[in-house]
Design a protein around this ligand. Structure first.
Ligand SMILES: Nc1ncnc2c1ncn2[C@@H]1O[C@H](COP(=O)(O)OP(=O)(O)OP(=O)(O)O)[C@@H](O)[C@H]1O
Length: 259
């Protein structure tokens, strides 16, 4: 679904990515981790076409977004949804208007139809009834994330990009959000590119994990394989106190088949 080859990103004299390669497979939840400033968000922005890389190739659905005409690009963009770190909702629109926006702009639905469908998407994302008419400033952090997720799902995307979706949520809300992502992936057949620092999320829902370090994807694979990488950052991340706690919690949790 996504192919990144030999990606280089520089800001002035600072090199963030150097010869970075990454593949994202259809139907998987790929967790992207790395220390602060290793370029996870810059990678996401490069893939969704919000940033022109210094060099290298990025293909989404086999297409190089930046080489497409605006019309062709808009057709490809409709096939993915993005949940940005802070939700990025329009503060002057209420929640259902926020979700209806892409349906009006990209799917050219009439406003009443878009708002009705927006209500369905909000329910899908687990927003309680009655929240539709609230403004972003009137919602809790967890509700903002769900509303932003509903907007990312508005156009029935095939790929969902999530930038730190559980950051700032309490542990119970974060676990519920993880389960929601897993359920949506299974129900809708989504491919998920997930930037996170959250070890519980990695253990609970990710099929593969990619570690950004030393300006590239240092290692990518199933979590138990990645955790064996001798790199010092990987070792302290997965085998430090928080990593051990997440692993133990995961081992104690019932497997999905048992639930
Ligand atoms: N528009 C920009 N101009 C200049 N430097 C930038 C820009 N965007 C990102 N950077 C730099 O690129 C580096 C990587 O940033 P990025 O936000 O991708 O890191 P990250 O891995 O997502 O970090 P965090 O985990 O803290 O969110 C940082 O040093 C940042 O300062």
């Amino acid at each position: 679904m996504i192919q990144v080859r030999d990606l280089v990103n520089r800001f002035g004299t600072q090199t963030v990515h150097e010869h970075l390669d990454l593949d994202v497979r259809r139907g998987e939840i790929l967790g992207v981790v790395g220390g602060s400033g290793t370029g996870k968000s810059v990678l996401l922005r490069s893939i969704v076409g919000l940033r022109r890389p210094t060099s290298g190739q990025v293909h989404v659905f086999g297409q190089d977004l930046l080489s497409l005409s605006p019309k062709q690009r808009s057709l490809v963009e409709r096939r993915f949804g993005v949940l940005f770190q802070n939700g990025a909702l329009f503060s002057s629109l209420n929640i259902v208007e926020n979700v209806a926006m892409p349906l009006i702009e990209h799917a050219h639905l009439a406003r009443p139809d878009a708002q009705q469908l927006g209500g369905v998407k909000l329910a899908l994302a687990g927003l309680p009834a009655g929240a539709e008419s609230k403004y972003p400033s009137e919602l809790s952090g967890g509700m903002v994330k769900r509303a932003a997720l509903a907007r990312a799902l508005a156009l029935d995307p095939e790929i969902l990009f999530l930038d730190e979706p559980t950051a700032g949520l309490d542990p119970i809300s974060a676990a519920a959000f993880d389960q929601l992502i897993l359920t949506l992936r299974d129900a809708l057949g989504l491919t998920v590119f997930l930037v996170t620092h959250d070890l519980d999320t990695l253990y609970t829902i990710c099929d593969r994990v990619a570690v950004l370090s030393q300006k590239k994807v240092l290692v990518v694979g199933p979590l138990d394989e990645v955790a064996q990488c001798p790199d010092p950052w990987v070792q302290s991340y997965f085998h430090g106190p928080r990593g051990r706690a997440a692993e133990e919690a995961h081992e104690r949790a019932p497997s999905p088949e048992v639930k």
